[in-house]
Design a protein around this ligand. Structure first.
Ligand code: ZN
Length: 303
């Protein structure tokens, strides 16, 4: 079983004062990097059950990587930026939507014989998200990939049953702004809910995008709130995951690791694999190598 945690806008950058991975104390992040801070200086790890390496997010194109094409590449294993001709975001452009719909990690696992109900997309979406999608036709990469493969999008009722996670993990935003009475929870509660989903699925995806928002804000206090919240989440997650689960973690492009710039960066992004089968990720070089490695682990007994 694999849990893929996708963090939006997290690169491995130089160890400068503008890099919150240098200035903050983040013990669980460091545990995921073999006791190192998440910077460009960290030594890659390629052990049988633990991989921590930088991978390329530029996809061989000029310009700053963007979420639409970067996420499409991460979740399909195809160079979506090359398909589109340039980086594009935040939503996948029409040129790559068929790719995301038909060749996503979800679709390819279903094609390999794993039933769609053994796959889960853990994020919950409020009703207003579905109204927005209907009106604008703007799917995110993850929602389009899941929905097209027959993997159900989770809603408020799933959150209430602790069978889904809110975008901010704690549900504070949801509680304050949106349409249900969902009590805020701790990051550890969110981690335990996610671990329970992992225990009864072959593959679970969780998406977290507040890292990218914090990077764009250039607000060090906001970045600290987001990263320390995630650190609490990872700490509980590492304890709660079943021992046979493989945790895979990556990003679509850099951003929060350089608060001196408002934009994305061309830095490599981290690829972490932690647990049985991790070594299948050891030779990954770019965003497009993540989905093929997931497929090898889940569909090939020799992987
Ligand atoms: Zn962004």
């Amino acid at each position: 079983m694999i849990l893929l945690v996708f963090l939006d806008g997290v690169g491995l950058g130089p160890a400068t004062a503008a890099n919150p991975f240098v200035t903050l104390d983040l013990p669980a992040f460091e545990r995921l990097a073999g006791g190192q801070r998440w910077t460009a200086d960290a030594t890659p790890i390629r052990e049988p059950e633990h991989v921590f390496i930088p991978i390329d997010a530029t996809l061989g194109l000029e310009g700053l990587p963007q979420s639409g094409t970067g996420q499409a590449a991460l979740f399909t294993g195809e160079n979506a930026a090359a398909v589109h001709g340039r980086h594009f975001g935040p939503y996948p452009p029409t040129t790559v939507r068929p790719l995301v719909a038909e060749r996503s990690v979800f679709a390819r696992l279903v094609a390999a014989g794993i039933e769609a109900d053994r796959l889960a997309f853990a994020n919950a979406y409020p009703d207003r998200f579905f109204r927005f999608v209907e009106k604008r036709g703007r799917w995110t990469a993850t929602t389009l990939a899941a929905h097209s493969a027959g993997v159900r999008l989770r809603r408020a009722a799933d959150l209430a049953a602790r069978r889904a996670l809110p975008a901010d993990l704690t549900g504070e935003t949801w509680h304050a702004l949106i349409d249900i009475d969902q009590k805020p929870q701790s990051e550890a509660d969110a981690a335990r809910a996610l671990a329970a989903l992992v225990a009864d699925h072959a593959f679970v995806l969780h998406e977290y995008y507040l890292t990218d928002k914090a990077g764009h804000s250039q607000d060090a206090a906001r970045a600290a709130d987001v990263l320390t919240s995630l650190d609490r989440f990872f700490e509980a997650l590492l304890d709660a995951l079943p021992p046979e689960a493989l945790l895979v973690l990556s990003s679509d492009h850099g951003n929060i690791e350089d608060l001196a710039t408002k934009s994305h960066t061309r830095h490599p992004v981290p690829l972490i694999a932690h647990g049985p089968g991790a070594h299948a990720f050891a030779e990954a070089g770019s965003l497009t190598d993540v989905t093929p490695a997931i497929l090898r682990v889940l569909t090939d007994a020799d992987a």
